[in-house]
Structures are given as C-alpha cells and as structure tokens.
Design a binder for this molecule. Structure first.
Ligand SMILES: C[S@@+](CC[C@H](N)C(=O)[O-])C[C@H]1O[C@@H](n2cnc3c(N)ncnc32)[C@H](O)[C@@H]1O
Length: 323
C-alpha cells in the first residue's frame, strides 16, 4: 500500500469473472448470489478485489443507489433498506422478492421466443401486470446492447438489441435472491430522504453516477433525469449529516480532483486501482482508478471475499438453479 499525500492507494488483485454456479467456486460450494442485472458501474469487482473496505458488523444495511446491488448480494445483510430512483428497477426487485416463480416463468417464455423482431416488440410493449413488467425489464437488460439502461424523453426504454442471446443464465438463483430480499425494504426514491434515515448502527454504501466538476453538465445519463454536479454537492451534504449521526459510510466515486476536494474533510480517502477486464489479452488491459471514502469505521478488519468465508454468516451450499 503506497501512501501519497495522505491518500492510500490499494493495488487490486486479479478480478474474478463469474463462470456460473457449477464451475469452480461460483455458487457450487459457497453461498454466492450473482446479481440478476448487468448494470453500468456495477460493483461486483469491488466485492471481489476489496472486501476489506466493508465493515464486519452493522445492524442495518442501506444502499440508496441500488443498481444491480452487487454489494448487497455480497453482504447478504439480515436487514436492509434498498432504494433507487428507477421505478422499473425497484419493481423488478419487488417482484423477485414476492413473486419470483411468475417472473421466472415469464423469462422462460421470453427465452423461447427471443429473436430480433421479438426484442423490439417486447421493448415497445407497455405491460400492466407487475411480474410481467419485471420479467420484461430483466429480459431487456440481458439481451440489449451492453446491459445499458437508457430512456427517451417520454421515459421509454430505447436501447437497441445487443449480441447476447441468453435470457436465462447459469448463475440465476431467483429463489435465493427472493430469500435475501425478504428482509429488505425496497423504495423508489431520490437518495436524500434515504440518507436522512441513516443512524448509528447502519452501514450505508453509496455508489452514485460518476459525475465530476469537469463534466459539470452531467452528461452521464442513467435514468430519465441527469445527475448533476449540484447533486454531488447535495449528496456530500447529506453524507456529512449522516456521518454526524454516527452512520458507517462507504462512498465510491470517480478518482477526480473535484471529487477528492469535495470529500477532503469528510472521511478517509483510498484510491482503488482497477484492471479493465474488457480486453482478453493482458497487453491490451488498461488500468483505471476510482476513489473510496470511508467514514466512521476502520478498514482492513472487515469482510473476506467470495473465495471463502464472507458476509454476515458462515458459507453455505447454494440451492440449485430453480428456473
Ligand atoms: C452507479 S449505479 C449503482 C451501481 C450499483 N452499485 C451496482 O453495483 O450495480 C447508480 C444508480 O443510481 C441511480 N440514481 C441516479 N440518480 C439517482 C438519484 N438522484 N437518487 C437515487 N438513485 C439515483 C441510478 O438509477 C443507478 O441505478
């Protein structure tokens, strides 16, 4: 670990890519629950490379920018408050929590019918039944271009078809996903009211859209609303309030001087190095960095990664693929 101007730099070990529950360690021997969505900025790599950044003990887990919930599925908390601005996304979680069999049945149907023509027909369709809406959301996420979520000004999903054709994945375990979600409260909300509920005993993981002062206008579009630099400042103020109430907080963000300056007096900053896994050959792999800010707890005493014991309970064998 290098220390540079008060900021720690963590070197990351090789990223483990999910292979499915029956290959290697993924889900075969350990209770590894793979997030059911592919999401821009997903943090599965963080749980694999830097589990020590997560605290060992807390009473309630709070995640106000849920996305694919990689950290939630890694920690498997006994009690959680999960939120996101995206109502379609939260509906998918709600339906997997309360109605996973019907969602799974609808996905089997989407798999059987999948074709380019079918994709665009489903994309244009307005479903009224919640479990059908959830299956449509998961179907589009899995076969659209790069798992991207983008809507037009009318709020309609407009991402073209991608190259992937698997609607059902070997890593799917909707029954276990449902069990984990049973003790979670799911809310469609802006981050601020959620953070305002955080108190001592809570652990809050905060992974906002990565907007820096450099791209002031907030060109990063995750939803039908832009996340602006003023939102980053509003987020930082809400974090300071939660911090003063004693909540343990981990924030991840772009490693940019504007972000480092914003959080300078808020918590301990750690730079995370990350190897891009997009290129197959090592010569073409590039390194990127992100910044983590840790508040109200010590790092290095917490979680282990998925290769052994981790989360809040002992490792368990997973239930076989219920789809
Ligand atoms: C970087 S992603 C989170 C990724 C997540 N950590 C994962 O592992 O997949 C950011 C999320 O913030 C949500 N979001 C954007 N603006 C928001 C806001 N103002 N309040 C709450 N959620 C918001 C987006 O819908 C998106 O799911």
């Amino acid at each position: 670990m290098d220390i540079k101007s008060g900021v720690e730099v963590l070197k990351q070990s090789e990223i483990v890519v999910a292979q499915g529950p029956n290959s290697g360690r993924e889900g075969a021997e350990y209770d590894v629950v793979v997030p059911f969505l592919k999401w821009a900025g997903g943090k599965r790599w963080l749980t694999t490379a830097h589990p020590e950044l997560l605290p060992a003990k807390f009473d309630r887990y709070i995640e106000p920018f849920l996305g694919s919930g990689a950290v939630f599925f890694h920690l498997k908390p006994k009690k959680a408050l999960l939120a996101d601005y995206n109502a379609e996304l939260i509906n998918a979680y709600e339906q997997l929590k309360s109605n996973w069999r019907r969602v799974a049945q609808a996905l089997v149907r989407h798999q059987r019918n999948h074709s380019e023509e079918y994709y665009y027909r489903v994309r244009a369709c307005k479903r009224r039944v919640d479990h059908e809406k959830a299956a449509q959301f998961i179907y589009l996420n899995r076969v659209c271009w790069n798992g991207l979520y983008r809507v037009n000004l009318r709020g309609e999903f407009n991402v073209p078809i991608g190259t992937k054709t698997s609607v059902l994945l070997p890593t799917d375990n909707f029954q276990r996903t449902s069990e984990l979600l049973k003790s979670s409260r799911l809310v469609v909300s802006d981050f601020e009211p959620i953070l305002d509920r955080a108190n001592a005993g809570d652990f809050v993981f905060i992974d906002p859209p990565y907007v820096t002062r450099h791209n002031l206008n907030g060109f990063v579009k995750y939803n039908d609303k832009l996340f602006l630099w003023t939102d980053q400042e509003r987020l930082c103020s809400a974090i300071e309030r939660a911090s003063s109430r004693g909540a343990m907080i981990l924030i991840t963000n772009a490693n940019h001087e504007s972000i480092r300056a914003l959080y300078r007096r808020v918590g301990k900053q750690v730079i995370l190095r990350r190897q891009s896994v997009l290129a197959a050959d090592s010569a073409n792999r590039s390194e990127t960095t992100e910044v983590a800010v840790i508040i109200n707890y010590e790092i290095g005493r917490g979680q282990k990664n998925d290769s052994g014991r981790f989360g809040q309970g002992p490792a368990r064998r997973s239930i076989s693929n219920p789809v």
